[in-house]
Design a protein around this ligand. Structure first.
Ligand SMILES: *Cc1c(COP(=O)(O)O)cnc(C)c1O
Length: 437
């Protein structure tokens, strides 16, 4: 019996050569299609797919693209979700990435035919967005921006003076103090976990001081008997002041009043501000360095700058984020709870009152910043057992469990995705209906 099934199972290369799969091989590449073929043939040998159906099943189960990444609808209620790739790009930024993926003039001056400054467009857009910066430079990510500053200014055991309460772990075990030490800087901690004064900083300064570092605690809050020293006071000290603001806000945000921004810090006297491009700025993953012209020039010419150089796709996306229409993250933070609740009601009604209910909810900004802020939002509440089927669907839908129900929060779902979300929920309901919960 088993032998018979084996004999009737077609060979991999025969299936791969089937004319019905020629277009898929062209689109996805032979090795991607082959992986699916091998899996379907295995199912055929086990008897769960019949030999005549192999090609059809391969076509139905092929991935949509040559990457294993899957599209996810972010119903977690966390606007900037690190595990979901942080900021989704605007359509303008996506278009810029597609354009940049071809051959472009990223480092060529087409007017003269000579080599041009790399990423001049992105730099100009960033400089225009932050007129208080004497110069700007873009690197791989926020951590690289800080590492480059520390390496250029404090390697060889020079000291970085930092408040004990700002020795931050960014996530996944990565810690800013260890990052600084890894490029040869020495840390000089001042103050206590909850309090630090300007005099603490002043007493720590000496021959070995490279700079004072102010780090924004972007993922936690210390409450109660606390004090920290504002940037304007730190700027009175007679050493360079570097500020890591984390989130990438370039100007003050109306709703996130406690979140620092680059323009304000520079105006208060910071010499250099470092930030991420893919948190509240809403752009691609990258690191921004903004500040005093001579300092930024030094960083740009440092040997390490080449190792943390940003790629052309990122430069294109950053420029389009800065110069184009507002990115999704900005839109998410503008939506009112009433608008979100109206969308949730619409979805719940379409699904039928028996399974879904529109509810008010509390959302968070996320790993990107504003740790103490709760955003009034709205969600579609569903039975908890739908979490698995929704997560395994395509697009995958990820929500969060509250009081035994699955909430799909709409704060970080663009309204254009509502129909896709509705279809995904219907598929998950059908799926769950055919399986035991
Ligand atoms: C996120 C963050 C970083 C790291 O930025 P990446 O872009 O993730 O490398 C550094 N400092 C602070 C305060 C942050 O919030």
């Amino acid at each position: 019996m088993d032998d018979d099934r084996r004999r009737r199972t077609p060979r991999t290369d025969v299936v791969l050569a089937d004319p019905q799969l020629a277009g898929e091989v062209e689109r996805l590449g032979r090795s991607t299609v082959k992986q699916t073929v091998v899996a379907v043939l295995e199912a055929c040998r086990r008897g769960s797919v019949s030999p005549e159906d192999v090609v059809g099943v391969v076509r139905d189960t092929l991935p949509r693209s040559a990457t294993t990444l899957r599209t996810v609808v972010n119903g977690t209620g966390v606007v900037v979700h690190t595990n979901l790739g942080r900021a989704p790009l605007s359509q303008a930024a996506v278009d810029a990435v597609v354009l940049a993926a071809g051959v472009t003039d990223v480092e060529l001056d087409l007017a003269t035919g000579r080599r041009g400054p790399r990423g001049a467009g992105a730099r100009a857009a960033l400089a225009a967005a932050v007129p208080d910066a004497g110069d700007v430079h873009v690197v791989n990510n926020g951590a690289a921006a800080l590492a480059l500053a520390a390496c250029a200014l404090a390697s060889g055991g020079r000291e970085v003076v930092v408040a004990r309460g700002e020795m931050v772990e960014i996530g996944d075990g990565f810690r800013i103090p260890e990052l600084l030490e890894s490029v040869g800087a020495r840390l000089r901690e001042v103050g206590t976990t909850n309090r630090v004064r300007l005099s603490d900083y002043a007493a720590a300064l000496g021959e070995q001081t490279a700079f004072v570092l102010k780090v924004h605690p972007s993922n936690f809050r210390v409450e109660g008997f606390t004090s920290s020293v504002p940037v304007s006071a730190l700027a009175t000290l007679d050493v360079p002041l570097v500020a890591d603001i984390g989130s990438g806000l370039l100007t003050p945000h109306r709703r996130l009043t406690e979140e620092p921004d680059a323009s304000t810090y520079l105006r208060m006297g910071a010499d250099l501000v470092t930030a991420s491009g893919d948190k509240l700025l809403g752009g691609p993953q990258c690191g921004l360095l903004l500040g005093e012209a001579e300092l930024v020039r030094r960083l740009r010419r440092h040997p390490l700058a080449r190792a943390v150089r940003v790629d052309k796709l990122t430069l294109a996306a950053l420029e389009a984020t800065l110069a184009g229409p507002v990115p999704p993250v900005t839109g998410f933070l503008r939506a009112t709870p009433d608008d979100l609740l109206a969308r949730a009601r619409h979805l719940a009604t379409a699904l039928g009152g028996g399974v879904a209910e529109a509810v008010s909810s509390h959302a968070a900004v996320g790993g990107g910043g504003a740790p103490g802020v709760s955003l009034d939002s709205a969600a579609v509440a569903l039975p908890a057992h739908l979490a698995g089927p929704l997560r395994r669907g395509d697009p995958a839908v990820v929500g969060h469990l509250v009081d035994g129900r699955l909430l799909l929060d709409l704060v970080a779902v663009p309204p254009e995705q509502d129909q896709a979300l509705l279809d995904a929920i219907r598929r998950a309901l059908a799926d769950a209906g055919t399986q035991a919960p």
